[in-house]
Design a protein around this ligand. Structure first.
Ligand SMILES: C[S@@+](CC[C@H](N)C(=O)[O-])C[C@H]1O[C@@H](n2cnc3c(N)ncnc32)[C@H](O)[C@@H]1O
Length: 198
């Protein structure tokens, strides 16, 4: 993803500083006026590291700087909300479908790719889901490579996230509906937090 971003930037005559760091180890060489976190908070980590990530965002903002962070609500239609209930959880892990049955997408390298996620566990007390991610690569219709990884997702509710942001030092926290400058309602799958470093 970073290589594609670098390629596109160069085509636009831009030379951004691009690097890969886990959010809880974020340590860029400078501070910023604005930090955007889109579609990543709570992914591939644990709550302790998420709290550390918020502190790192705070540390790497200028005074008066802004953090813009989106979050998918735990009850979002894209999330396995039904498995918060004990009766439903007894059916986990979900059945494994053959990788060949998953829709493939053509990559810029001419290979076909597919990604399958399988919910194997949901812990409502820890507000945490565990997925098995299974990726495949095909060339000329032949499966030439596959990978399997475990992905943890930490679920955060709005008021909880506001408390975590406040604990990290942020103030003037405003919550928007999805990616629109409107007050959120219970119908929004995504909400966006705009938080200031005083
Ligand atoms: C759902 S994608 C979102 C990508 C892009 N921001 C967007 O909005 O389309 C999640 C991205 O977050 C990255 N990511 C997940 N967990 C992370 C972590 N703990 N630290 C840093 N990046 C992480 C993944 O590598 C992936 O690129």
């Amino acid at each position: 993803m970073i290589a594609i971003c670098r390629e596109k930037s160069e085509r636009e005559g831009l030379s951004p500083t691009l690097f890969v760091q886990p959010m809880h180890e974020l340590d860029p060489p400078r501070t910023y006026k604005t930090i955007f976190v889109c579609g990543g908070f709570g992914l591939g980590s644990d709550r302790e590291r998420d709290v550390e990530a918020l502190h790192r965002f705070y540390e790497h903002l200028d005074r008066g700087g802004t953090l813009v962070l989106d979050n998918e609500n735990p009850y979002s239609s894209g999330y396995p909300w039904r498995y918060w209930r004990k009766e439903e959880r007894s059916s986990l892990p979900r059945a494994r479908e053959p990788l060949e049955s998953v829709d493939r997408r053509l990559g810029s390298d001419g290979a076909e790719y597919a990604l399958q996620s399988r919910l194997v566990d949901l812990d409502p007390l820890e507000q945490r889901a565990t997925y098995e991610m299974h990726a495949g690569m095909w060339r000329d219709g032949e499966l030439v490579r596959q990978e399997e990884h475990t992905l943890h997702i930490n679920f955060y509710f709005m008021n909880e996230t506001i408390l975590l942001l406040e604990r990290a030092g942020f103030t003037d926290i405003v919550v928007h509906a999805g990616h629109r400058e409107e007050a959120p309602t219970g119908d929004d799958d995504f909400i966006v937090f705009v938080a200031r470093k005083p």
